[in-house]
Write a protein that binds this ligand. Structure first.
Ligand SMILES: *Cc1c(COP(=O)(O)O)cnc(C)c1O
Length: 427
């Protein structure tokens, strides 16, 4: 009977070696997906990996080795990108609540640009740059007046904590003059996530490039960098289909070509998280017990929504399942209906509701496919104190532990740290 394999490594052996629950990543899939995109994308459009989707340093390094730069949103993500080998000038820092320490790190590392999200943040950047006696490179994040349909989460044209409202910027032609230690050098817009329509991506891009032209002319600075966002989705559910990269680039590339011709030397950026990592990851959890309740079958596994919150169902009142398979009996046809649940003491800990699967038994390895994005880092890994799962990357045929699972001692060590020296007090 065949089993799920990653580059020739069978799941039974991988699970025996690394234990469950774990996230299992296929490096060929990671590198291949990015390469296939970059080969078709206009060469002037740089791909930045949004670490938010998967902050594992080995994942970031592999993507970087295949041409991705980095977009980070916290001190740890900044350090992760640096450790993964990303050069400072290929790092963008974005986020609505940057601390002074984070802004100082951006300035001291001399990263490509800080993507600024508000007037008071701009004042802090100006002040901290002044102390260093040089100008900070700043890209303005804009909440545009337009919005384009087709995203799972719409950003434009609504009250949001992100970015500057377009109108607020248009009403403030003195913005640059008021911040002498800031070099305004670009515009960023992020229109939403999980976009599965090529037309929507193209329409977003068209509007954002137009906005960049309009806004930089009005505010009197040159667009040295324009970040057109991204938010490209992957198909998780039965009623969805993947983006066609040929169609997508066929629509987007001419827009890039036109802008690049008018602004030679401008860095053009697309920021992608989910699209670069989702398909390369499988969440592997082992069935502990099988039981029935009120006529339904339950397989209780050793990991659940504590590691994979997204599998509860995204933005929908109706539970829709991620693709779920029995990994150790890959070919066996589905013949029964199962609920796949985890170890938490909450009825919401369901990663698969009424999934058609072969008959299950204790010891089976359940795989939630397409799970390489927004997995453990977007899940309540500390709920019931199970901790972070192991992460394993298969690269060049070899499986390697790239994050060890939390042990109970890891969780206890952080508590009541009276024996450790006190944290330095920051002014
Ligand atoms: C979350 C986020 C991303 C990454 O989104 P994906 O949908 O995973 O590609 C990129 N940019 C910003 C501003 C974000 O908030």
């Amino acid at each position: 009977m065949s089993e799920f394999t990653v580059q020739g490594n069978g799941i039974t052996e991988l699970a025996a070696e690394f234990g469950t629950p774990m996230y299992l990543y296929d490096g060929d899939e990671l590198a291949g997906g990015l390469t296939a995109l970059r080969e078709r994308l206009h060469p002037a459009l740089e791909v930045f990996f949004s670490l938010k989707a998967n902050p594992n340093v080995a994942i970031c390094r592999l993507l970087h080795e295949n041409g991705a730069r980095a977009e980070v949103s916290s001190m740890a993500e900044l350090l992760t990108a640096r450790r993964a080998g990303v050069g400072p000038r290929d790092i963008l820092f974005l986020g609505p609540g940057k601390s002074r320490a984070e802004i100082e790190a951006c300035l001291d590392e001399d990263i490509c640009a800080i993507i600024c999200e508000s007037f008071p943040e701009l004042a802090v950047i100006d002040e901290l740059a002044a102390r260093r006696g040089r100008a900070a490179r700043v890209v303005l994040r804009v909440n545009p007046n337009f919005s384009v349909k087709g995203s799972g989460l719409t950003m434009g044209g609504k009250p949001r904590q992100f970015g500057f409202d377009e109108d607020q910027l248009l009403a403030d032609p003195e913005l640059a003059a008021r911040h002498p230690h800031v070099r305004l050098m670009g515009v960023q817009v992020y229109m939403g996530t999980r976009i599965l329509s090529e037309d929507s991506v193209a329409e977003n891009t068209r509007q954002i490039l137009e906005l960049a032209d309009r806004l930089t002319a009005h505010l009197g600075f040159a667009p040295e960098l324009v970040d057109v966002g991204g938010g490209l989705g992957v198909a998780y559910f039965d009623n969805e289909s993947d983006l066609d990269v040929d169609v997508l680039t066929g629509l987007v590339n001419p827009l890039i070509d036109d802008f690049a011709a008018r602004h030679p030397g401008t860095r053009l950026v697309m920021e992608l998280g989910r699209f670069l990592t989702a398909n390369a990851g499988t969440y592997v959890t082992r069935v502990q017990y099988v039981k029935t309740s009120h006529g339904e079958r339950f397989a209780v596994a050793d990991g659940g929504t504590n590691h994979h919150m997204a599998a509860v169902g995204i933005g929908s009142f109706v539970k829709r399942n991620f693709p779920i398979r029995v990994l150790d009996r890959w070919d066996e046809p589905a013949s029964e209906t199962w609920n796949i649940t985890g170890p938490l003491c909450t009825p919401n800990d369901v990663i698969g509701k009424k999934v058609e699967l072969p008959p299950l038994r204790a010891g089976d390895l359940i795989g939630v496919l397409r799970s390489g994005a927004y997995g453990p880092s977007a899940s309540p890994v500390l709920f019931l104190s199970h901790g972070h799962p192991a992460e394993v990357l298969v690269h060049d045929g070899r499986a390697r532990l790239v994050r060890r699972r939390d042990e109970p001692a890891d969780l206890l060590r952080a508590q009541e740290p009276e024996d450790a020296p006190a944290e330095p007090v920051r002014s």
